[in-house]
Design a protein around this ligand. Structure first.
Ligand SMILES: Nc1ncnc2c1ncn2[C@@H]1O[C@H](COP(=O)(O)OP(=O)(O)OP(=O)(O)O)[C@@H](O)[C@H]1O
Length: 476
């Protein structure tokens, strides 16, 4: 659906943007942004202008996309506008549809999935995630709706507003493709031979205008200068926004949900929770309030602020399962329900599965009744082959260290045997993106709620028990 232009439109009143772009229509909006289709006046290129209303999110997205430029399965950042007193505007390549729309289209048409197609889509997702992870960037919001697709079938990871660089990369790691590859991380560096070549994207040519920020032939010094400048700006803004800021490390989401979940919770008076605001390393700690619930890893649901790239691997497993079945694997209606669904399938989270799980911040706060006979992932993947089930199991598992990396999966025989992955040129890309709005209630309309962080849904049966750690909520 194309949204009509609102009358008061901040992007429209910014001469530095309108001098270079004709704004055509609003094509989407998210938690932090409004996205417009626009035409670049210099060469008529159609682009997406993403006006980001949260500077932290804008910074993250720019920082990550700068590092990942020239990667074929990552959305191209052509340019950006960043001024202290205005919302940042990112100029992105325009991609008309996404994997969620493709899944909806398959479902609507019936007839199941074509394995060759599933393989090609999944390979493209894996390539995008692999390049992020080799650069120590955790995306933190992988879901079909954030995997944009071009008219000719190229899939690109987008929406890096929650992305985080897990360590400062060594700039010496710039390789021929100008990607920054971190040497320190052995798990992700062993046998690094990208199975699919990373080649510069034809559409990634830089903007040549006055506000040029992303330059294809940027040398290392210039790149470093821009990066340092942007960081300094962020630091200044951090200082001025200290009062209201919720940086990583300043907030903790308990397994009961996000802080807003707790605030909204009608049962809030029947239990308590404590959040440690002090003593958390501002620069080092992460927040657990990330990602869209259906794709959120259990360690995040249990409040971890010490997680790694593996949270993306869990999301990948949910995405692969959805490609195979056309249904979301864990469509939780609240964070508690999300955890309950996972536990019903995998069994209770115990040290048998993940030896250090009891150290998760909320592990002792939330306890579920013992699940004697977990359903198992197989039950959710009827008629799928053992290889397909095995891949889902290698991603959707409790212990993050046991999750298969994107690189390992790219080399998995599944993607190299019949039926072979379809060539990109043979992938079917639906013409429209939002035809699900016509669907019947209870169908794909529900899909729009997958990102909601409000726990106003059904909590099911529970009992509140006082323990040595405070109050425990037990669900059955
Ligand atoms: N490059 C693009 N090309 C075309 N449409 C886009 C592009 N980027 C984003 N959009 C559209 O705008 C919507 C919002 O964008 P995006 O998901 O990046 O924003 P967000 O505020 O970070 O969202 P979220 O609430 O999912 O975190 C997307 O669902 C998509 O429909």
């Amino acid at each position: 659906m194309v949204h009509p232009l609102p009358k008061s439109w901040s992007i429209h009143t910014r001469p530095e943007i309108t001098a270079k772009y004709e704004i055509l229509e609003r094509v989407g909006s998210g938690a932090y942004s409004d996205v417009y289709r626009a035409r670049r006046l210099s060469d008529n290129l159609i682009v997406a202008l993403k006006e980001v209303h949260d500077y932290q999110s804008a910074f993250r997205e720019i920082e990550a996309l700068q590092m990942l430029r020239n990667c074929p399965n990552i959305v191209v950042l052509h340019d950006y506008f960043w001024r202290e007193d205005e919302d940042a505007v990112l100029v992105l390549e325009f991609l008309r549809t996404d994997l969620a729309a493709i899944i909806r289209d398959w479902k609507k048409k019936g007839g199941g999935v074509r394995v060759g197609e599933v393989k090609r889509w999944m390979l493209q997702v894996l390539c995008g995630v692999d390049v992020c992870h080799r650069n120590m960037i955790v995306h933190r919001d992988l879901k079909p709706g954030n995997l944009l697709v071009s008219d000719d079938g190229v899939l690109k990871l987008a929406d890096f507003g929650q992305a985080k660089i897990l360590m400062e990369p060594g700039f010496d790691g710039v390789n021929n493709n100008q990607q920054l590859v971190v040497e320190q991380n052995t798990r992700y560096q062993e046998n690094v031979t990208p199975p699919l070549d990373v080649v510069p994207d034809a559409h990634s040519l830089p903007d040549q205008g006055l506000n040029k920020q992303v330059v294809e032939d940027t040398n290392r010094e210039e790149y470093l200068r821009q990066f340092v400048e942007l960081k300094a700006k962020r630091h200044d803004m951090d200082e001025t926004n200290k009062e209201t800021n919720t940086n990583d490390g300043y907030s903790s989401c308990l397994a009961t949900g996000t802080i807003s979940d707790v605030d909204d919770d009608p049962l809030k008076s029947s239990y308590s929770y404590e959040t440690e605001e002090g003593g958390v390393d501002k620069d080092g700690a992460l927040t657990s309030c990330v990602g869209t619930r259906w794709f959120r890893a259990p360690e995040l649901l249990y409040g971890s602020m010490d997680y790694g790239l593996e949270v993306d691997l869990w999301s990948l497993g949910c995405i692969f399962s959805e490609l195979l079945t056309l249904e979301p694997l864990f469509p939780g209606i609240s964070d508690i329900d999300q955890l309950g669904r996972i536990i019903n399938v995998l069994g209770n989270l115990t040290e048998e599965f993940w030896p250090s799980c009891s150290k998760l911040p909320d592990y002792k706060i939330i306890s579920f009744a013992k699940i004697e006979n977990p359903i198992g992932l197989e039950a959710y993947l009827p008629n799928r082959t053992p290889d397909e089930i095995s891949i889902v199991k290698r991603l959707v598992c409790y212990n993050p260290a046991n999750r298969a990396t994107a690189m390992e999966l790219l080399n998995d025989k599944y993607f190299n045997e019949e039926p072979m992955p379809l060539p990109i040129s043979e992938l079917h890309v639906p013409l429209t993106k939002n035809d699900h709005e016509e669907d019947s209630p209870g169908g794909w309309n529900d899909y729009d709620d997958m990102g909601s962080d409000s726990d106003s849904g059904d909590f099911g049966h529970f009992k509140v028990v006082t323990t040595g750690f405070g109050v425990s909520i037990q669900f059955s």
